[in-house]
Design a protein around this ligand. Structure first.
Ligand SMILES: [Zn+2]
Length: 237
């Protein structure tokens, strides 16, 4: 059991250093991740707007064609009107002209609405493109910073992870589980040294009887107040 307790102390030390390394990276990994997610959404939106613009431009071309066809028809009817000989012919041409005019007017109205949509979507594309450009730059500078921070700590992290693996090999899974649970609940500290009759984690008083038990190192004892695994501090007691 003494070995277990010493291994736990070692594990805590390794984990403390690993936590420190993670702290040095700060918010950068989260910032980089968030930027990547946002960029993905923005780029998808940009693609959708670009498709919309292509579709609208197609509509614009079709409407222009309708309008110019109606205009030529009207012009043709106007010329024919000079050549009519009967009232019936005159009425027929007038009605055709009216129809062509209606066609042209509806076409113009639709064209107006399509053009205003084109303006709208083009503006959105411009804004998004600018936004994406800025975000890309931000992501790049953050990524470079993160990478350089990681490079300086990577070697040490690898060593610590290796050490952690070795220490874990000395511990029973249920002990590791207990340690991890307390560590998670207690700000990274799963182990507490007993010093001057108090728990080194939460400074709660520990009765002499329990101290005597902890000192024997025959079982795992936890602090009743904070739940940390208590280890006798052989250096300071
Ligand atoms: Zn405690």
């Amino acid at each position: 059991m003494q070995k277990t307790l010493f291994a736990l102390l070692e594990l805590q030390e390794v984990d403390n250093r690993l936590d420190e390394l993670m702290d040095e990276r700060g918010d950068l990994p989260v910032i980089v991740d968030e930027l990547k997610t946002k960029l993905k959404t923005k780029k998808r939106d940009l693609g959708l707007f670009k498709n919309q613009l292509t579709e609208l431009k197609k509509q614009n071309a079709e409407l222009q064609k309708v309008i110019s066809e109606s205009q030529s028809k009207m012009k043709k009817y106007e010329e024919q009107l000079y050549l009519v000989k009967t009232n019936k012919e005159y009425d027929a041409i007038t009605s055709e002209t009216e129809q062509a005019r209606k066609h042209m007017e509806t076409g113009k109205k639709s064209l107006e609405s399509v053009n205003s949509k084109i303006e709208d979507v083009s503006e959105k594309i411009l804004m998004l493109t600018e936004e994406i450009k800025n975000m890309d730059q931000e992501l790049e500078s953050n990524s470079i910073e993160l990478e350089s921070k990681m490079q300086t700590t990577q070697e040490e992290e690898n060593m610590l992870m290796q050490e952690r693996k070795i220490v874990l090999g000395k511990l029973l899974p249920q002990v590791v589980k207990q340690y991890e649970l307390v560590r998670k609940a207690r700000n990274g500290q799963g182990i507490a040294l007993v010093q001057n009759n108090v728990c080194g984690g939460c400074y709660s008083y520990i009765p002499p009887q329990k101290i005597a038990e902890v000192r024997k190192m025959k079982e795992i004892h936890t602090c009743e107040a904070c739940g940390r695994i208590l280890v006798w501090d052989t250096n300071k007691n």
